[in-house]
Each structure stands twice: as C-alpha cells, then as structure tokens.
Design a protein around this ligand. Structure first.
Ligand code: M6R
Length: 366
C-alpha cells in the first residue's frame, strides 16, 4: 500500500506532481486566461465587493494560509489577514457581512478551525472552506469552497496536502483577481500557462533527492536548525522548520530572514545549520546579505537556489537547485526539497516518520 516506498510520507512527497495536477484539473484554462472554481462560483459577484479576506487555520494549513496572503494581496489586491483558528475564536474578532473567511484544513475536522468558522458565520461572514477530505465537517459548515483533491494523506506530517492547499490558494488569488479586474488577460494567460506546468517542474525537483540525502547525513546530529526566507518564502521556511521538528525531533525555527538579526542571530555557530530559501526573486539581493551575515558568524548554510545559480553556490556549504519560476510559484517548488531534507534526516535518526510521537493526524479536540 506504500507503493514500493519505505514510508507513506515519501510516497506522498513523490505523489505531488499528480496531486497538484489533480487540484488544477478542470479549473484553469491557460489559453483563455481563465480560472473556474465551480465550488465558489455563486460567490463570484460577492468577491468584487469584499473589503478583506480572513484566513483561519492551524499548523501546516496556517502556513499555506500565509502563502495565500502574499498571493491574494499581490494579484487580487484584497487585504488579507491570516489567523490561528485557536486565537481567532477566543478574541472577539471584528467581522462583518462584507468579509470572506477562508478556513483551510486537510482533514476538515480540526476542532479550533471548526469553532472559528462557527463564530465567523454567526457574525455574518461568508465562509469558504479549502479542504482535502470530501464531505468532512468543515466543507459542510462552509457556504462554499474548493476541494484540494490531493487524495488521502496517511503520513501525519502534511506534505502533498500542503502543496495542494497552496495550489488552491494560488488559483483563488487569480480567480479573485479576475473577478475584480485586478489583472490583465495577457498576464493571466502567462501565469496560468506557468501554473499548468508546475506538476512537471515538481517532478524535476526530485532529481536533487540523492544530493539531499548526502546533505542529511552531514546534519543528522544537529540539535537546532534555522530556516529563513523572505516574502512568500517566509511561510515556506516556517513549514520547513515544522516538518523537521515534528518528524526528526530536532528543534527548528522558521523566521523571516531579516528578523534574524533581531534575536536568532545569537544562536548561530557551526553546530546549527541555517537553511535559506534563496531563489532569484525580488528579495534575492537581500537574502544574499542575510547569508553573508550567517557566514560571518561561522554558520553553515544550506540554500535552496534557482537552477544555475553561482553566487549563492560560492557562499553556501550546500545548495539545492529548483527550476526557475515566477515568484508566485516558488513556494510550490521550494517546499519539496525541504520535505525531502526532513524525511532523510528523520530516517537517519531512526525516527518513526509516518507516526511521530505525541502527534495525531487530525486534532479534533481543542
Ligand atoms: O487537518 P488540518 O489541516 O486542519 O490540520 C491542521 C494541523 O493539525 C496540521 O496541519 C498539522 O500541523 C500537520 N500534522 C503538520 O504536518
């Protein structure tokens, strides 16, 4: 049932070209520059007049929400707030009928996320669910929504569900942009053409697997690890850190790279690897200075870079290449090597990757 893989987690990592493809299927029409999200089409008009979007979720799904915030604000120009469902539900939030609340959940059964939906609904908001499990409680509580179609996820550590959530949010960002006239048709054609090719590019990222395994051998005994990124790679860093801590029990923190000097820089030494997402995007130069700051303090750097990058290669101990894509799609590719890194480190440490201690696949109690 693991399809020849040693663990469900690895199988699910390798399923991502398919799962992202399934999430996109029938929803994007690159030639026509068109996104169609059947599950929310009754609210297409409403999206034209909303004042803001609030995203509520927990854990990995909350990280996907943060990626969504960057994408929706950038392309649809709607203000977005991303909240931990557990905090949102207890802080008497200000919500109006003009708000859309997006609840993101793989399982569709997370207690805090359900309670956040109920509260927002009582206060008149429109609720969209982004969910993987068809017919689960969260889609039933929502007014409308988008299924991620990643297929059943068995590994407790979320992998393919995360990339499918990010895919759904990417489509939602372009869909909202389209409804609000915030993007031109030619730009949409360009972006959707690229998005359509992401499954093939995810497949290409697997070429680095053996290299990542070798890197993992060098760092498997670390007790701490820092993950840094900027822009939409910041939530990717958070997700990379969460993966490492939950399956390998190595303490890991994700930070926006520029925040490093406001505290975590004190931790840097040769024993704490620093993982950077340093792809060639708008913040590339800034990330390079952050890498220099780490190097100047004797830190060891593993960097996710754009294919062919030589600048970061000359600075970092190790680089892992991903194909070149527009900034909007970097999270979908940069996530994959981080999943593999955590996986190999956890296996080398003899951890139970599919069933980490103390964790449950779905958190149905608050
Ligand atoms: O089913 P949900 O997406 O609502 O679950 C939320 C979190 O419990 C979940 O993402 C958790 O953080 C993952 N196990 C992380 O890999």
């Amino acid at each position: 049932e693991k399809g020849g893989y040693d663990h469900f987690m690895l199988k699910e990592i390798y399923e991502q070209p398919r799962s992202v493809g399934d999430c996109l299927r029938g929803r994007i029409y690159p030639d026509r520059g068109l996104v169609q999200l059947g599950g929310i089409k009754e609210y297409a008009e409403k999206l034209k007049n909303i004042d803001r979007i609030i995203i509520v979720a927990c854990g990995t799904s909350w990280h996907a929400g943060l990626v969504g915030e960057y994408l929706i604000e950038e392309y649809a120009r709607v203000p977005v707030e991303v909240e931990y469902a557990s905090e949102f539900r207890y802080r008497n939030p200000i919500i109006t009928e003009k708000d859309v609340v997006i609840a993101i959940s793989q399982s569709g059964e997370t207690a805090d996320t359900m309670a956040a939906i109920e509260l927002a609904k009582e206060r008149g908001a429109t609720i969209f669910g982004i969910c993987n499990v068809v017919g689960a409680s969260i889609p039933r509580l929502s007014h409308a929504g988008v299924y991620t179609h990643a297929g059943p996820e068995i590994g407790v550590a979320s992998t393919k569900a995360f990339t499918a959530q990010v895919t759904a949010l990417t489509m939602l960002a372009f869909y909202t942009a389209q409804q609000r006239g915030a993007i031109t048709e030619s730009k949409l054609i360009e972006y959707l053409t690229e998005l359509n090719n992401i499954p093939a590019l995810i497949q290409k990222t697997f070429a680095a697997n053996d290299h990542i395994k070798t890197i993992s051998e060098e760092y498997k005994d670390a007790s701490n690890c820092l993950f840094l990124g900027r822009g939409s790679s910041f939530p990717v860093a958070l997700e990379g850190a969460l993966k490492l801590k939950e399956i390998s029990y190595i303490h890991a923190e994700g930070y926006p790279a520029a925040e490093m000097k406001h505290g975590p820089i004190a931790l840097i030494d040769a024993d704490m690897p620093v993982v950077f997402i340093a792809t060639q995007n708008s913040s590339y130069e800034k990330v390079i200075s952050n890498i220099q700051e780490v190097k100047a303090r004797g830190g060891r750097v593993i960097a996710i870079v754009t294919e062919g990058d030589t600048i970061v290669r000359d600075m970092a101990e190790h680089t892992i290449e991903i194909p070149e894509v527009s900034e909007a799609f970097v999270p979908l590719l940069a996530t994959i090597p981080l999943q593999l890194l955590s996986y190999h480190i956890a296996v080398l440490r003899g951890c139970n990757v599919d069933q980490p201690r103390n964790l449950a696949k779905s958190v149905t109690v608050e």
